[in-house]
Design a protein around this ligand. Structure first.
Ligand code: ADP
Ligand code: MG
Length: 275
């Protein structure tokens, strides 16, 4: 099974079942969004939005500027309360939980600037995340730095994102792309069950985007990814399924190859130059 770009992983039976349009995916969904609605005064940012993220997929959410993608992400991660609808994660209703509790359950959101501490080293940033997970205290961080039970998993996280040889540098010395990888390493330290990535390629040049695309392709082995992305090359290289949000509503959802050919989607969003 490969998409039109020829860039495709080996498919699992679950993924193969999804080729019928994605309707069976709910049976192995880790994240289920049901009829979510959010208004800002008179502005309807999301209206009755439903979709799910399966345990083994990259699901891309695309749509023009102002479509409501970031609002949806913020509702899923718990930064913003929805007006109506339900969010289920790992089989439980998390609608009433705050962002910290959702993160503890394994919902990893990336690219919050605040997740990195610039003055700390690359390694210290990851160790701090592990310390937080295991209930350690910031006060004793100096002592914790020599603790092998923190050091070894932290180095392992850095190895997974290819930053182990940069471990001693201050986080502020990293390049833009490296900083994003460090944010992922910090997220990995929390042993996530799912990633939610809102425009992770923002600010990257073509080379950085190619590198990060390969990187996210590998990251899916760690956990499924809900990917909000406007670069269509990236979307169609990475995504198993694509949902299209226009004016706060999902107008199409299904396997990437189908969405690419969907005339409604092309008219509303992709234009005729994608092919
Ligand atoms: P996208 O990420 O797809 O570009 P957004 O979710 O950022 O779209 O925005 C969807 C709509 O909601 C837009 O019309 C935007 O102006 C509006 N919106 C987003 N956040 C707020 C807010 N905090 N207050 C008022 N309106 C908002
Ligand atoms: Mg946005």
């Amino acid at each position: 099974m490969r998409d039109a770009t020829g860039y495709r992983k080996s498919f699992t039976p679950d993924a193969a079942r999804r080729t019928n349009g994605g309707s069976d995916a709910a049976c192995n969904a880790i994240l289920e969004v049901d009829q979510l609605t959010k208004r800002f005064g008179a502005v309807v940012a999301n209206e009755c939005v439903s979709f799910d993220l399966a345990v083994d997929e990259i699901h891309a959410l695309i749509g023009p500027n102002g479509a409501g993608k970031s609002t949806l992400v913020r509702q899923i991660t718990g930064e913003l309360r929805h007006d109506a609808g339900t969010i289920r994660f790992r089989g439980r209703d998390i609608s009433h939980l705050g962002a910290a509790d959702r993160a503890r359950l394994g919902l990893a959101r990336s690219f919050q600037v605040s997740s990195l501490i610039a003055g700390f080293s690359v390694l210290q940033n990851v160790m701090l995340a592990i310390l937080g997970r295991t209930g350690g205290h910031y006060r004793v961080f100096g002592r914790a730095m020599t603790d092998r039970s923190l050091l070894e998993p932290a180095v392992a996280c850095l190895e997974r994102v290819g930053l182990a040889d940069r471990r001693s540098l201050p986080a502020s010395d990293l390049s833009h792309g490296e900083r994003r990888k460090l944010e992922i390493a910090v997220a990995l330290a929390l042993e996530p069950e799912a990633f939610v990535l809102d425009e992770p390629m923002a600010g990257m040049g073509p080379e950085g985007t190619r590198d990060m695309t390969d990187f996210f392709f590998g990251l899916r082995k760690a956990a499924p990814i809900l990917l909000i992305e406007h670069d269509m090359d990236v979307v169609f290289k990475l995504a198993d399924r694509v949902s299209v949000l226009v004016g706060g509503r999902i107008i199409a959802s299904g396997p990437a190859a189908e969405i690419r050919q969907d005339s409604k989607v092309r008219a509303a969003y992709l234009g005729d130059d994608t092919g």
